[in-house]
Write a protein that binds this ligand. Structure first.
Ligand SMILES: [Ca+2]
Length: 103
């Protein structure tokens, strides 16, 4: 119960910097596009021609529902054991962060 109350301690609509909260398991936290482009798997995907910068930006825009430029990133643990054809060695799991959406 105490943990639940702590998580809800910031009132909705409060002024100040946006919260950077991510779902459980998103171990790399909320990262900006510039930060995500520095991740090793993203670098590899770009260098190997798996994706383009434009595709990365378009994909991020589709996930970033609250429009703050931040996405939660999870380094998928089983990726290292995935078959090469699956392409998992290039990808992270992405989810929008939980900062209050401003619509
Ligand atoms: Ca976001």
């Amino acid at each position: 119960m105490a943990v639940t109350l702590l998580a809800a301690a910031t009132p909705a609509g409060a002024a100040g910097p946006p919260e950077k909260t991510c779902p459980p398991g998103f171990n790399l936290g909320a990262l900006s596009l510039e930060q995500r482009l520095q991740l090793p798997k993203v670098q590899a995907a770009l260098e190997d021609g798996i994706v383009t910068l434009e595709q990365i930006k378009a994909g991020a825009a589709a996930i970033d529902k609250n429009g703050n430029g931040l996405l939660c990133v999870q380094d998928i643990p089983q990726a290292n054991n995935a078959a090469p054809a699956a392409g998992f060695e290039y990808f992270y799991n992405l989810s929008d962060d939980n900062a209050a959406a401003r619509r």
